[in-house]
Design a protein around this ligand. Structure first.
Ligand SMILES: *Cc1c(COP(=O)(O)O)cnc(C)c1O
Length: 455
């Protein structure tokens, strides 16, 4: 007997997971340890403590505990916008005339507009528990800074955001959302930190970079009493918090007896993809089930498809621990690309190791085709997607069209990570036909990789 699948599969509040799932516990090949940039030895809890909140540092180093309880205060906050719906894209399927069944998990139904709030609230909670005064962070496009400022205002924590100067100037509305939630937003490089002053002196008029903003935020955290630094992607703790996406997706699919065949996520630092795939990859690792998993990245910043699996710095200032990951080099500057959240040079060490071991495949896609998919999706499904999310949409559409040729009724699942209301300049470029599709040359990538540290 087959049940009719509704357009939206809602879970009840009591079906929201009570624990996060740590996929590292089931990995036979663990991700390589983080290294201390000073000693080049595996970093210890004590060495992480001056920079990160202690409980978060513990989660970062925990490769063995499979399930970690989600504290009640975090669950209370989650309940304001979770469980998030899993939507059957009936209208898109009809428009594509495909026998495939397409499902998307929508993570944009909160004011910050993306999945980043899932980890922001957890990080703010542990900072508060530790009795800290506040946290510092960087933000590029602004989604992470927005999510963190919401989370900090909820727990009455001070929030200092170093925002890449070019975004600070070009995205005044994101900045104002953060200020409304009480965050202090500083354009980076600033004159408030040593590293900021140094960069301003060396490169007068620079509009900043994510790597520089990270270095400033770390300096701000370590030079003020009662402050720690927090990061919105890449780290294993962030993947752990984002596992709520995959756990809810799996619960919703199980409720209707649906077995996913193909799972797709866009990949910047790897947190939404890693969170979505965690429970499914866990089944693969334990030999219980098989899935096809695809990570989608921009052709302008192709860390999985064209990078190298090596130890690298997580920031340009080289103050953060080193991670073994697929990387383009910490000095790699991607060309102008409107998917700001996908412009990171490296990839989560968990996702990197799973990729290395063949549990997922990766595809890189061009910017114009991504916006074409975004437009097609918006017109039939109603939601205006973020440019980042649209990378996953494009591959879901491509795969659904392949099913049309083969007649396969595949179940395709992807995360719609966020909405695109703050990306209208990008949509304007697309609508005007002015989008650039620059892809780095092999020589450019080679030159950047040549500067990787030797470990
Ligand atoms: C930050 C962001 C991403 C990419 O980050 P991951 O850590 O790879 O998930 C994707 N989509 C949106 C909307 C984002 O804000």
């Amino acid at each position: 007997m087959s049940m009719e699948i509704p357009y939206k599969i809602y879970l009840e509040e009591k079906e929201m997971p009570a624990q996060w799932y740590n996929v590292r516990a089931d990995m036979a090949n663990k991700p390589a340890p983080l290294l201390n940039p000073g000693t080049m030895q595996p970093i210890t809890l004590d060495e992480l403590k001056p920079v990160f909140c202690e409980e978060l540092a513990r989660q970062e180093l925990d490769d063995t505990t499979p399930y970690i309880d989600i504290p009640e205060e975090i669950r209370s906050f989650y309940k304001m916008y979770r469980p998030s719906p899993l939507t059957r894209a009936y209208c898109l399927e009809k428009a594509l005339d495909t026998p495939a069944h397409i499902y998307y998990k929508f993570e944009g139904n909160n004011t910050s507009g993306s999945h980043k709030l899932n980890s922001a609230i957890a990080q703010a909670y542990y900072a508060k528990q530790e009795g800290l005064k506040g946290v510092t962070t960087e933000t590029g496009a602004g989604q992470w800074g927005t999510a963190l400022s919401m989370a900090c205002s909820y727990f009455d924590l001070d929030c200092q955001v170093y925002m890449v100067k070019v975004s600070y100037e070009q995205k005044p509305f994101r900045r104002e959302v953060m200020r409304t939630y009480g965050a202090k937003v500083t354009p980076s490089p600033s004159m408030d930190t040593n590293v900021g002053r140094k960069i301003n002196q060396e490169f007068p008029g620079t509009t900043g970079s994510l790597g520089c903003a990270i270095s400033e935020a770390v300096e701000a955290a370590t030079s003020q009493d009662g402050y720690r630094y927090v990061l919105g992607s890449v780290l294993s703790q962030v993947l752990l918090h984002q596992s709520i996406i995959g756990l809810e997706t799996k619960t919703a699919l199980d409720k209707y007896g649906i077995k996913a065949d193909l799972i797709i996520g866009c990949a910047g630092g790897g947190s939404n993809l890693g969170g979505l795939i965690s429970p499914f990859a866990g089944e693969m690792l334990r030999g219980e089930a098989d899935y096809q998993i695809i990570a989608v990245e921009p052709a302008s910043c192709p860390s999985l498809t064209r990078g190298s699996y090596r130890y690298d710095f997580c920031d340009t200032g080289k103050v953060c621990p080193l991670a073994k990951m697929y990387t383009l080099g910490s000095g790699f500057i991607p060309s102008a690309n409107h998917a700001g959240g996908l412009r990171y040079h490296g990839m989560s060490s968990v996702v990197s190791q799973l990729y290395e071991d063949g549990y997922l495949e990766a595809r890189s896609v061009g910017q114009t085709e991504v916006f074409r998919a975004a437009q097609q999706f918006a017109r039939v499904e109603g939601i205006l997607p973020a440019p980042e999310s649209s990378h996953a949409i494009l591959v879901a559409i491509d795969e659904a069209l392949k099913c049309k040729e083969t007649g396969e009724e595949k179940n395709i699942v992807f995360v719609l990570t966020g909405t695109g209301y703050f990306d209208m300049v990008a949509y304007q470029k697309f609508n005007d036909g002015d989008m650039s599709d620059y892809i780095p040359t092999d020589a450019e990538i080679k030159a950047s990789l040549a500067k990787l540290p030797t470990v």
